[in-house]
Write a new protein. Structure first.
Length: 721
C-alpha cells in the first residue's frame, strides 16, 4: 500500500472516501489529476495510481463523470433523463441527453419503437458487470416527423412504403384506399396516422403526395426536400398575397429616406443569381471614402404577422439544392420587388460608412434609404477587372467601366481583411463542390469553387455591416442592459478536440497552442493552416481542425463570434434568404423610433427555430450534392482515378477523386489483404500482419465499382497497381 506524508499507508477505501468528500463539496468543479493530487496531498506514485484507478471505477459506477482523459467532475445527472433518440440501421441505437453529455446505448428491445430524432424520456438501467451503460425508453415525448418519403410497393391485399436508410423499424403500411393513385415504384410522401405501440408494431400511413417515378430529376429533388420536411412548392394563397403588393415607390416614402440614387452603386453576385439582396456604393469625400452597404428592405413589404411573414418564418431560410433554389419568400418579392436590379429605384436599409485610406471607420450611419443600382456584375467580371494584369491591358484597350471604383473597394476590403486576421479571426478557406447542369438536370461537370478577390470584397463589407449593426445595439455603457437582438454567435473550440488536434499535428512536426487567450489560440490555428498549405497533410489537418470547431448559431444571448474574432455580430445583409436578418431589420426600425426592448424569450425561441432550420437546409443541400455526385459518376463504372483518402471509418475508407472532387467509399470487405484495426485517434486503419496503413489525406488509386443512385451511394475499389 502507498504511504501518506505522515507515514500512514492509505488503502483504496480511504482514498475513495477522500475523493467522495472532495467532489461532493465541489459539485460544479472539474478537477484535473494534478489538482486532485494536490488537494488530497498524494505525493507518492502508488498513491496517485490508486487514486486514478479509484476514479475510473467511480466513473463506471456513475458517481463521477469523465470530462477528459485526465479530469473528472461529480455526476449530477439523475436516473431519469430527457433527450433525443438516435436510431441506427445496425441496431446500435443511442440516447443523446439534453445537457449535451455523451450518447448512451439503447438496445432495440428497450427502444419502445422510437424513431430517429424523437424526443424521449429514458431511465438508466442497472449496469451489468463489464457491460457498457444502457438506457431504456420509458416515454416518447414527441415525434420528430409525422411524414416519410419512400418508394411504394403495392401488393394484392395491401400496400406499403419502403423508406431509405432504415429510419423506421418496419415499412409503413398503407390501406389501399389511401394510395391517392400511387403505384409500385412511385416515390411518395406519406403522412403517418398510427404509431407503433405495445399492442401493434405496425406504422400506418396515408399517401399525401405522389411525387412520380424514381430516377426523374424533379422527383428526386422533391423527395430530398420532403425527406427533411422542407416544402417543395409554394402555397398558392401566399403567392396570391405577394401578387397584391404594390411595387411602386411613392414620393412620400422617398422623402422619409436618405436619397442615394445619384451615388454610383453596383451589385456583385454569382452569374446565375436572380435575387440581389445587397449592393455597394462608393464616392469620394475629401480625403475619405463614403462606402454604402445597401440591403433590400424586405420588412417594408413583408409585414409582421402577415400570411407571407408566417410562411417565411416557418421556412426560416432559402434552400439551395444543386439545380434549384427553394426560396424563403415568394418569387415576386425575392426576384422582382425586393431584388436590387440595375436601373431600378429600390428601397433599402443601409449602413453608410466613412472610411479613411486605411479602411478605418471614422463614422457610420444606419438608415432607411432609396438607391438606384448602376450596374450588375458577376463575380467573374469583377475578378477579371481586379487582376493585376488587367489594369495594364486596359491602358491599351478601353478601360472597364467603373474599374477605379471597384479597385478602390477592393483595396479597402483587403485592409479590412488583414486587420480582421490580425485581430484573431480564424482562416478556413473551404472549397465548395459545384456542378454544371444540362437542361434535363443531369450534371455534366464537377468542380470546386474557391474564394477570390471578388468574393472577398463583398464578404468583407457584409461582415463590417453585420458587425456594426450588432455593436450599435449590443455595445452599451457599463451598467446598462442592451436591447434584445438576434446575434450570430460562435463558441470557442471544444478544448478536448483542440488538445486532440495538437497531439495529432505534433506527429507532422507542427506546434500549436491550446490554452491562453482566444486570440492566441486562433493565431496559432492560423499559423498551422498557413504552415500546412500545399503539403500532403493539408486536407487532413484542415478536416481535423474543422471538427474541433463549434457550429455557429443564432441567439439573443451574445457570446461573440470566435471564428470572426468579433465581440458583436449579427445577420443583417440577406433578408431575402434568411429570416433572422428580417427580424434584425424590424427590431432596428423599432429601436430607431424609440421603442422599448422586445421580448427576449420570444426572439430566443425564433433564434432556435432558425438555427434548426439552417441545419436541416444544409443536410438537404448535402444530399442533393451526393445525389448529383452519384449520377455524374454512374456512366464511369470501371474507370480508374487518382484520389486521396478524405475520411476513415471502421466500415471503410472514403476517397475523393482529385480530378472532379467526387467522393465514394471503399468498403472494409474489399480491403481483404489483411485484418485492419481502426485507430480513431490518429484517423487511420492499420493492418495487423503487414502493418499497411491507410491514413486520412494519403494519395490512393481507385476504380469506380458501383453507383447506387437510389441510396445516393458511390462505391470504389482499390485499383490494381
Amino acid at each position: 500500500m502507498s504511504k501518506k506524508k505522515g507515514g500512514k499507508r492509505l488503502n483504496k477505501k480511504q482514498i475513495a472516501e477522500m475523493l467522495q468528500t472532495l467532489f461532493q463539496q465541489n459539485p460544479n468543479e472539474t478537477f484535473s489529476f494534478k489538482q486532485i493530487f494536490k488537494a488530497l496531498k498524494l505525493d507518492t506514485h502508488p498513491a496517485k495510481m490508486l487514486a486514478i484507478d479509484t476514479m475510473e471505477e467511480m466513473a463506471w459506477d456513475d458517481f463521477l463523470s469523465k470530462v477528459s482523459d485526465n479530469s473528472y467532475r461529480l455526476n449530477l445527472k439523475t436516473q431519469v433523463q430527457e433527450g433525443t433518440f438516435i436510431r441506427k440501421a445496425n441496431g446500435k441505437n443511442s440516447f443523446m441527453p439534453d445537457d449535451g453529455g455523451k450518447p448512451i446505448f439503447v438496445s432495440e428491445r428497450n427502444s419502445m419503437f422510437a424513431l430517429n430524432g424523437d424526443r424521449v424520456r429514458v431511465a438508466m438501467m442497472a449496469r451489468r458487470e463489464k457491460h457498457i451503460k444502457e438506457a431504456m425508453v420509458v416515454e416518447i415525448l414527441s415525434h420528430k416527423m409525422d411524414q416519410a418519403v419512400g418508394k411504394l410497393k403495392v401488393e394484392k391485399d395491401y400496400a406499403f412504403l419502403v423508406t431509405e436508410g432504415n429510419i423506421f423499424v418496419h415499412d409503413i403500411l398503407i390501406p389501399k384506399k389511401k394510395l391517392k393513385g400511387g403505384k409500385t415504384g412511385d416515390k411518395a410522401v406519406v403522412k403517418i396516422t398510427q404509431w407503433p405501440s405495445r399492442e401493434s408494431k405496425n406504422i400506418v400511413g396515408e399517401v399525401i403526395d405522389v411525387l412520380g417515378k424514381e430516377g426523374d430529376n424533379n422527383v428526386e429533388m422533391h423527395a430530398i426536400l420532403a425527406q427533411y420536411g422542407l416544402p417543395y412548392k409554394y402555397p398558392k394563397q401566399v403567392e396570391d398575397a405577394a401578387e397584391k403588393i404594390e411595387p411602386g415607390i411613392t414620393p412620400q416614402e422617398i422623402s422619409r429616406r436618405v436619397d442615394m440614387r445619384d451615388v454610383w452603386t453596383c451589385t456583385i453576385d454569382p452569374k446565375d443569381a436572380k435575387d440581389f439582396d445587397d449592393a455597394l456604393s462608393i464616392r469620394k469625400q475629401g480625403k475619405m471614402w463614403e462606402v454604402g452597404v445597401h440591403i433590400a428592405d424586405v420588412s417594408h413589404y413583408v409585414k409582421e404577422g402577415s400570411i407571407i411573414d408566417k410562411e417565411a418564418m416557418k421556412r426560416a431560410t432559402s434552400v439551395y439544392l444543386v439545380d434549384r433554389t427553394i426560396p424563403m419568400l415568394p418569387e415576386r418579392l425575392c426576384n422582382f420587388i425586393c431584388s436590387l436590379r440595375p436601373d431600378e429605384e429600390k428601397l433599402t436599409y443601409s449602413v453608410i460608412f466613412v472610411l479613411d485610406e486605411d479602411a478605418n471607420v471614422k463614422s457610420y450611419q444606419i438608415a432607411h434609404t432609396v438607391i438606384k443600382s448602376n450596374r450588375r456584375y458577376a463575380y467573374e467580371e469583377v475578378q477579371e477587372i481586379l487582376r493585376p494584369s488587367s489594369s495594364s491591358k486596359s491602358s491599351q484597350s478601353s478601360p472597364a467601366p467603373y474599374a477605379e471604383e471597384l479597385r478602390t473597394l477592393d483595396q479597402l476590403a483587403k485592409k479590412l481583411r488583414e486587420r480582421r486576421f490580425k485581430g484573431g479571426a480564424v482562416k478556413f478557406d473551404r472549397e465548395e463542390l459545384h456542378f454544371d447542369i444540362d437542361e434535363k438536370g443531369k450534371p455534366v461537370r464537377a468542380y470546386f469553387k474557391k474564394s477570390n478577390d471578388a468574393t472577398q470584397l463583398i464578404e468583407e463589407f457584409m461582415l463590417l455591416a453585420n458587425r456594426t449593426v450588432a455593436e450599435s445595439i449590443g455595445k452599451v455603457k457599463k451598467g446598462t442592459k442592451a436591447k434584445t437582438l438576434p446575434y450570430r454567435i460562435h463558441d470557442q473550440p471544444d478544448p478536448t478536440k483542440l488538445e486532440a488536434l495538437r497531439e495529432f499535428v505534433v506527429k507532422f512536426g507542427y506546434k500549436m497552442k491550446t490554452s491562453g487567450t482566444k486570440g492566441a489560440i486562433s493565431k496559432s490555428l492560423n499559423a498551422l493552416m498557413d504552415g500546412c498549405q500545399g503539403k500532403k497533410e493539408q486536407k487532413l489537418i484542415e478536416t481535423v481542425a474543422l471538427r474541433a470547431m463549434m457550429k455557429a448559431k443564432y441567439s439573443t444571448h451574445n457570446i461573440g463570434h470566435y471564428g470572426l474574432a468579433f465581440e458583436y455580430y449579427t445577420h443583417f445583409t440577406s433578408p431575402i434568404r434568411r429570416y433572422p436578418d428580417t427580424m434584425v431589420h424590424r427590431l432596428l426600425t423599432k429601436y430607431q423610433s424609440g421603442a422599448r426592448s422586445a421580448n427576449q424569450q420570444k426572439y430566443e425561441e425564433l433564434c432556435e427555430h432558425c438555427s434548426d432550420m439552417e441545419q436541416v437546409a444544409q443536410q438537404a443541400e448535402r444530399d442533393s450534392i451526393k445525389y448529383k455526385m452519384v449520377e455524374f459518376m454512374a456512366d464511369k463504372l470501371g474507370e480508374t482515378y487518382d484520389a486521396h483518402i478524405s475520411g476513415i471509418q471502421s466500415y471503410g475508407i472514403y476517397c475523393e477523386i482529385d480530378e472532379n472532387h467526387c467522393e465514394g467509399m471503399v468498403p472494409m470487405r474489399d480491403l481483404d489483404d489483411d485484418y485492419y484495426d481502426f485507430d480513431e485517434r490518429n484517423y487511420c486503419l492499420v493492418g495487423r500482419r503487414h502493418h499497411h496503413k491507410y491514413q486520412l489525406g494519403d494519395p490512393i488509386r481507385i476504380k469506380v465499382a458501383r453507383a447506387n443512385i437510389e441510396k445516393r451511394q458511390l462505391d470504389f475499389a482499390l485499383a490494381e497497381e
